[in-house]
Design a binder for this molecule. Sequence first.
Ligand code: AMX
Length: 491
Amino acid sequence: MLLLSLPRFMNATKAASSRRLASSLKSQRLLFTRLPQKATAVPLKQPTPAFYSTAHASPLKERLAQLIPKRREEVKKFRAEHGSDVLGEVTLNQIYGGARGVPALLWEGSVLDPNEGIRFRNLTVKECQEKLPSATHGKQPLPESMFWLLVTGEVPTANEVQALSAEWAARAQLPKFVEDLIDNCPNTLHPMAQLSLAITALENDSVFSKAYHSGVSKADYWQFTYEDSMDLIAKIVPIAGRIYRNLYRDGVVAPIQPDKDYGYNLANVLGFSNNEEFVELLRLYLSIHSDHEGGNVSAHTGHLVGSALSSPFLSMAASLNGLAGPLHGLANQEVLDFLLKMKESVGDDYSDETLEKYLWNILDNGQIVPGYGHAVLRKTDPRYLAQRDFALEHLPEDPMFKLVSRLYEVVPRVLTKHGKTKNPFPNVDSHSGVLLQYYGLKEQTFYTVLFGISRTLGVMAQLIWDRALGLPIERPKSFSTEVLKKRIEKA
Ligand code: AMX
């Protein structure tokens, strides 16, 4: 077991390379991202309404205060020069088909290529693993470093990551009524519903809502969004711990450790921090599930609700409700159910013939194979591969991993023959469950909560920029079938 104090937990080698990375990335084609030399800190002008406390020193906020004015100018100029340029067209099938591929959203944190997979601020999953600061003796990116990257487009230094760990730990205290709210939930209420309730209840202390109603300048909205976002990211950990410990353990939640990183603290509130390998898994998990561009249900919902100037708490609760759907984040729970049932049925017989027969039975019943397919991706999800690499290193002989591995060979073939899905390859949810099971986190109804904690990082990073750029309320146009028919006739 490794219990390291915060000043020691960074991987010095990676931290040292982060500056070099910044300069090498400069030469790459970065759509919007700037990776500048760090400017010397300028004091951040804080609006000071009575309810607003600046108790938390925040290097990330200072850095944002430097980046935002430049970015505002850049976007203003870009829109002035190209505001009327056409980026695509919309077909009738797209209107009836869930708006697939319609270029309609701004999302700064990540961009998804159908074949290559996700890039977080232009870094692939592998590059993030190589370049973002990790824990001492660890290899996986710290979620703090991923958040810094998503927000700023820069690889943070070890000190910056450390400051973020400390800030999140300092903000993690829950209001008593939120603890009571969770404690009073019936144990039949799904953990995602409990999570969403608790996050909604944090609205009580929203500085964004208070600032809005006190009439602060629109130019300062991002600062209050930032404050709420940081509180939310911090408090979602003890909330998750409380839900988990109430539902599946003794109801006792370990306190947040102020000198430990985010991944450690999450493992600790769940009761698993004595296994350093599991803590590393959580760091990887929290980093790679954080963002998957803006069109997926959870990301888009958070962004949409935030556009009405609902607070980060209300926006994220809505986002989590979307994540809780079986076609989206709940798929990781569904995958494990599916694997356990399959294992029960096939035993140790992982032959092509037996697995294919099982799969065809599912498909012939009109059911889906959870963990396979994607609305955008057309190749194996690199987030799946990152988890597979982790499994190959740490649990290569685990029978459930071996089943997942065999399915990776068999399912694409079967789905291709089935001929419906546009992407027969595994997505991120196909792998996470077996890893969590291996380390003893066996309650699959809880898995989407972990996804939700991670997704909060991506949604909050964007929400800060939404308010910094003054994006308006979202309002795409809809039509009835009758009106569409008329328009098509006319066309
Ligand atoms: N098993 C069986 N059929 C599938 C399938 C799968 N894994 N994936 C897609 N199909 C079917 C669809 O249901 C659809 O059938 P229909 O024409 O009868 O309605 C057809 O193939 C075409 O679908 P598609 O265009 O390939 O996918 P989509 O963009 O409509 O949906 C997704 C994408 C992810 C919802 C779908 O692939 C699916 O249901 N996968 C299983 C659930 C899952 O793993 N979800 C998690 C995705 C990642 C995430 O958000 N966390």
